[in-house]
Design a protein around this ligand. Sequence first.
Ligand SMILES: Cc1cc2nc3c(=O)[nH]c(=O)nc-3n(C[C@H](O)[C@H](O)[C@H](O)COP(=O)(O)OP(=O)(O)OC[C@H]3O[C@@H](n4cnc5c(N)ncnc54)[C@H](O)[C@@H]3O)c2cc1C
Length: 493
Amino acid sequence: MENTRKHYDVVILGGGMGGLSCASFLVQKGFKPLLLEKERFLGGYGSAITREDYTWNVAVYAIRGLGEKEPFGKLLQRLSIYDKLDIGHPEISFAGIFGKEKFYLPQNPAVLKEQLASKFPEETRQLETFFQTVESFNILTKYNELKQENFKVYLSQFLQNELLQFYINSFLLPMGRPPEKTSAIFAMIYLKAIFFGGISMIRGGMKKMVDLLAEHIQNKGGEILLGHQVTEILTQEDRVQAVRAVNQRGEYLTVEADYFVSSLDPTRAFAELMPNPSAPVAEYLAHLRRLTPSTSAFIILLGLKKEVSLSPEFSFPTKPLQVGVILREDALDEPSCEIKKIYFIFCSANDPSLCPQGKECLALVTNVPFVSASFWEQNKEAFAEKLIQIAGQYLAELKENIACQIAFSPLDLYQRTGNSQGAIIGWDVTPEQVLKRRLSQDTPLKNLLLAGHWTQPGPDISLVSISGYQAANMIISEKSSGVAILPKVLRLP
Ligand SMILES: Cc1cc2nc3c(=O)[nH]c(=O)nc-3n(C[C@H](O)[C@H](O)[C@H](O)COP(=O)(O)OP(=O)(O)OC[C@H]3O[C@@H](n4cnc5c(N)ncnc54)[C@H](O)[C@@H]3O)c2cc1C
């Protein structure tokens, strides 16, 4: 069924945090963008789900950079959204269980340092130096020195004991790759944020933030079309002319615009949505195909009839937001479909508004590769059962208290967000693919910019929101100056 045709100043593809942030800053400056989202809900990985009495964030459990003076916090202040959010701070943000050992990270990182120093007294001085280096880490002064360095090599310059290195490295487990494949700079920024910047959560779940952004966009004249999947990006020479989208009734819409911002997986957008690509586009696509996506994850959201506790030998002063349980010595190696580690996310223990008192929302997460669609079609149920069984070894009476559960395999993550192979954070965070070396926001098509976790500055909702802000700013400056878009972030060798 064909076909409505419309013109906008900017069209944004994808309504995750990257797309929402871009639209929010554009409306702030008087633009009237259109945002197209394939699902009936916004947020992408940053969405939340409510089932029966229980609400969970699907994937965003711990937010970095949301302090009042931190970049993400400042961005939300500019949108007058910050004060409307109920921001909470878990008493213990991360904890680790390693065999019989356990450590935890409260708001004050000195406590973690003391726990590690009492276990490794011969490294007390080195730990002091390492924590100081993390606290004072400055990307601008360290970039050139460390841009090629991986975290394994970098950390070994501070700490000698391999087990201690293992404990520190395990804070990077959520990235899903071994320390020798993780950028030293990215690791240090991440550790600085979680040790010293503090971890935040949005009370009531991510839907609160997503709803506020959507309200802001619409109140200021932007338009959001849910249930509209972009099926084609129509180009002419070095510009995008229009995109076509189809809604769930099979009706097509063609929208033209001066600018387009895509937060979709760029490899898929360029390979699957652009018919007859020009030579520069084909060359760009070949470049994208040489980059490495991040690994995927298996998630189970559990609604529990009553609160469950970690068995006494594994308990902490209060229930941490996230507990990483290391099940095998090779837990830091590449993820495989054997369960080597598992995270418990104690959602409602740290935000009681997520379910009625006495009940509990819990998430179980582990990193796994995508393997293939048919693998997860066949193995999803058995994998979920195994994950719950392992979790039950740490959480007494877990299985018998499950009131409802929702599992996401890598295939589900791929189908929900369109990220290739259910990649959790866009490209991997190897030295070659982070910060200024991550895929630039400009593209060979002069009026098409990228936002989201596949582009600069990087993954997680705080950096992704910055990418949206940067894309909006590039358009705003070009419009006001009449000078062609230049990438605001330098492309480095
Ligand atoms: C298991 C897991 C745990 C994580 N933990 C954290 C955490 O604790 N803290 C944190 O900050 N980050 C976390 N992240 C990372 C974070 O969620 C992402 O980096 C971020 O949300 C990505 O946002 P985005 O806008 O780039 O992409 P997405 O969230 O993937 O959004 C893309 C959007 O585009 C839409 N779309 C796709 N194709 C089309 C199409 N053809 N037409 C129209 N719309 C389309 C999708 O439906 C989706 O809404 C985690 C991720 C995972 C998977």
